[in-house]
Design a protein around this ligand. Structure first.
Ligand SMILES: Nc1ncnc2c1ncn2[C@@H]1O[C@H](COP(=O)(O)OP(=O)(O)OP(=O)(O)O)[C@@H](O)[C@H]1O
Length: 252
């Protein structure tokens, strides 16, 4: 098996006195889609945010343990957070394009990085929007406000915005739960294409979605990982009774 691209070890997280994660150990392989599932409040989003230090922005959070990205602990004081979040990008539940043009959304991170060459920016805009499977729908309106597009198109524009800065890992927190089934299906197909080049870790409440698109599934409960295995095994023949009860809809 390949070396994990990102791996959490013995990760505990506290919001003030409340412990939300207990001793999480999870390895993620490159070019796979891994789904994080479990009942509401079990810590999926909290864990996902640990993987690019988004919890740093929340007051009163304490984290112990390690998250290694390409073998380096991202919680080391030497970590450059801007670089980290370029390498490990994030897409949220609600599409959140900036309130300006599609073109400026996609080039935002590149301009911050000092890229000014118009031809290069144009190329990256086209490539990213194509990878996010939204190019055909927006190519004639690149200078329209991104908020004037549908929710599903906005979410794919947000995916393109992450892709533009060449990440290697994409974290997704319920990226389709605010979308209609057709838009969701388009995003699922996009993710299956993207995994050839990227590693994707996705929180989802939609068990059918997890079983359709993910290679691995981690089942969380009350801040702990109950089971983590190949998705097919998790849904057909899990080791743990709690997993079986959850994936068969007996609770949650
Ligand atoms: N900023 C915060 N401050 C305090 N407690 C928090 C904060 N964010 C989350 N929690 C708590 O941590 C626990 C895990 O929450 P988290 O949002 O990670 O769960 P989740 O599995 O993603 O839930 P959901 O599926 O409902 O989004 C919950 O008990 C939640 O109330």
């Amino acid at each position: 098996m390949a070396e994990p691209i990102i791996s959490a070890d013995n990760l505990d997280l506290f919001y003030g006195d409340f412990q939300a994660l207990y001793g999480i150990h999870l390895d993620f392989q490159p070019n796979q889609i891994s789904a994080l599932i479990g009942p509401s409040g079990c810590g999926k989003s909290t864990f996902l945010r640990c993987l690019n230090r988004m919890n740093d922005m929340i007051d009163g959070v304490t984290i112990t343990g390690t998250v290694q990205f390409h073998g380096e602990n991202i919680y080391s004081p030497q970590t450059n957070l801007v670089e980290l979040r370029k390498s490990i990008g994030m897409v949220f539940q609600q599409p959140n394009p900036f309130p300006f043009s599609v073109y400026d959304n996609i080039t935002y991170g590149l301009r911050i990085a000092g890229i000014r060459d118009k031809q290069k920016l144009d190329e990256i805009v086209e490539r990213s929007l194509k990878q996010a499977a939204v190019w055909d729908e927006v190519k004639d309106n690149l200078y329209d406000n991104a908020l004037s597009f549908s929710g599903g198109q906005q979410q794919r524009i947000c995916i393109a915005r992450v892709l533009a800065v060449s990440p290697s890992v994409i974290l997704m927190d319920e990226p389709t739960s605010a979308l209609d089934p057709i838009s969701s299906a388009k995003i699922e197909n996009t993710l299956l294409e993207l995994k050839k080049d990227y590693t994707i870790i996705i929180v989802t409440h939609n068990l059918q979605q997890a079983s359709r698109i993910s290679d691995k599934t981690a089942f969380f409960m009350e801040g702990r990982v109950v089971e983590y295995d190949d998705t097919t095994k998790m849904f057909v023949n899990p080791d743990e009774k709690q997993t079986e009860d959850y994936v068969s809809g007996r609770f949650g």
